[in-house]
Design a protein around this ligand. Structure first.
Ligand code: SF4
Length: 381
């Protein structure tokens, strides 16, 4: 079981007398007085320890960067962005496959970020400019609707995501989409990527801020084996500035007490066991197997794949593909190092020059969860 400690957030934010003990006034998650109290405690706990805390969520990076949280922490505490952007870690081979299907004249549906992801020698956006039928949707249900309205065409949905996104795909597949609908998934499982980080020589991780969205589905108990195996504190956090600061404080407290548990700062949303209904639809629609991550290679047990019962809706099985020599990392791009948290985006020589949010060269500059894009936009403020 995950251990649990009452947090500053619960004491000062949830238990607001103004709200009868239930607090949904989000302004208080940004309250400077509470922030100062947490930072003071962080400074006490940090003392002169060098502590490297890694998060694996693009939304956490956005919270950290846009609120200047690194600047308010002691210099000996580092917040490092790991592989938390689904578009960034989508293997080039998957993008090359959907480009191949676009070139055959099929209807391609996908999320907006995916359209601009550069692959080996093109992108869906470039293919659309050449006449391919590429349509942006906000959810897989819209893609299914397009298939229903176009029974004479093949409609393929390309979806990248983590445990948070995968249940929506599972539900549509289990509902029984039309015969002309298939999906090409690039769905990833987060804990194996965290374990990969623990095994990189010379890359120290003293604590993980675990992703709030993913934790909603898989629960904090999912990180307990990692916490115990590597003696690394894990804390699931929400996405307001106080959430992240509080997660840092909780990690430092574990370090001081010599503990390594999977704890929960995001108690207003995340449960230790997660969302059991979502976990069931995931099991019903998918099996888990090894998966390629862009620039990181194949990570054991890190991908969701459609079960054989749904093979007719699996684009990987429904279509034949020619041999592909996909290139994950284009010449000069440092995305593999950025995704692993080994370098800061500004250390890439292409950052802000050849590679910008308007004209991304690497995948980390594309989406709103991409570390390079977040850094670039916040530098421009
Ligand atoms: S700046 Fe561009 S090319 Fe460089 S690491 Fe970031 S996304 Fe990749």
């Amino acid at each position: 079981m995950c251990s649990y400690h009452a947090s500053f957030i619960e004491q000062y934010v949830y238990e607001s007398p103004r709200h009868g003990g239930i607090m949904f006034d989000f302004a208080r998650f940004r309250d400077p007085a509470y922030a100062k109290a947490i930072i003071k405690e962080i400074e006490r706990l940090a003392a002169d320890k060098i502590v490297r805390i890694v998060h694996v969520c693009g939304t956490h990076e956005d919270t950290i960067s846009s609120n200047g949280l690194r600047a308010v922490l002691p210099n000996n505490i580092s917040l490092i962005a790991g592989p938390g952007c689904p578009v960034c870690v989508c293997a080039a081979q998957d993008v090359d496959m959907i480009i191949e299907l676009a070139r055959r004249g099929h209807i391609i549906t996908t999320f907006g970020d995916m359209v601009r992801v550069p692959s080996t020698n093109s992108s869906l956006a470039k293919e659309r400019m050449k006449g391919a039928d590429v349509r942006v949707v906000y959810g897989i249900n819209e893609a299914v609707e397009i298939a229903r309205k176009n029974p004479e065409r093949e409609v393929i949905f390309m979806g990248a995501g983590f445990e948070t996104t995968a249940p929506t795909f599972a539900v549509e597949i289990l509902r029984g989409p039309p015969e002309n609908f298939s999906i090409l998934t690039s769905l990833k499982v987060i804990p194996p990527a965290m374990e990969l980080l623990m095994n990189i020589e010379g890359f120290a991780v003293d604590g993980f801020i675990t992703p709030g969205h993913v934790s909603t589905i898989i629960g904090t108990m999912a990180y307990e084996p990692l916490a115990k195996k590597y003696h690394v504190p894990c804390v699931a956090a929400g996405f307001e500035p106080l959430d992240v600061l509080e997660a840092v404080r909780m990690i430092l407290l574990q370090i001081e007490e010599g503990r390594a548990d999977s704890e929960n700062e995001y108690t207003r949303v995340v449960r230790p066991e997660g969302n059991l209904a979502a976990q069931k639809v995931l099991r019903d629609a998918f099996y888990v197997d090894d998966a390629p991550w862009r620039g990181l290679g194949v990570i054991k047990g890190s991908g969701y794949y459609l079960r054989d019962a749904f093979a007719q809706h699996d684009a990987r099985k429904r279509f034949d593909f020619p041999p592909m020599e996909s290139v994950d990392i284009l010449p000069g791009c440092q995305c593999h190092k950025v995704i692993l948290g080994m370098i800061d985006p500004v250390e890439c020589p292409l950052f802000g020059k050849r590679c910008t949010p308007d004209d991304p060269y690497g995948p980390c500059m594309v989406g709103h969860e991409g570390t390079c894009r977040i850094r670039h936009l916040n530098m421009a403020l």
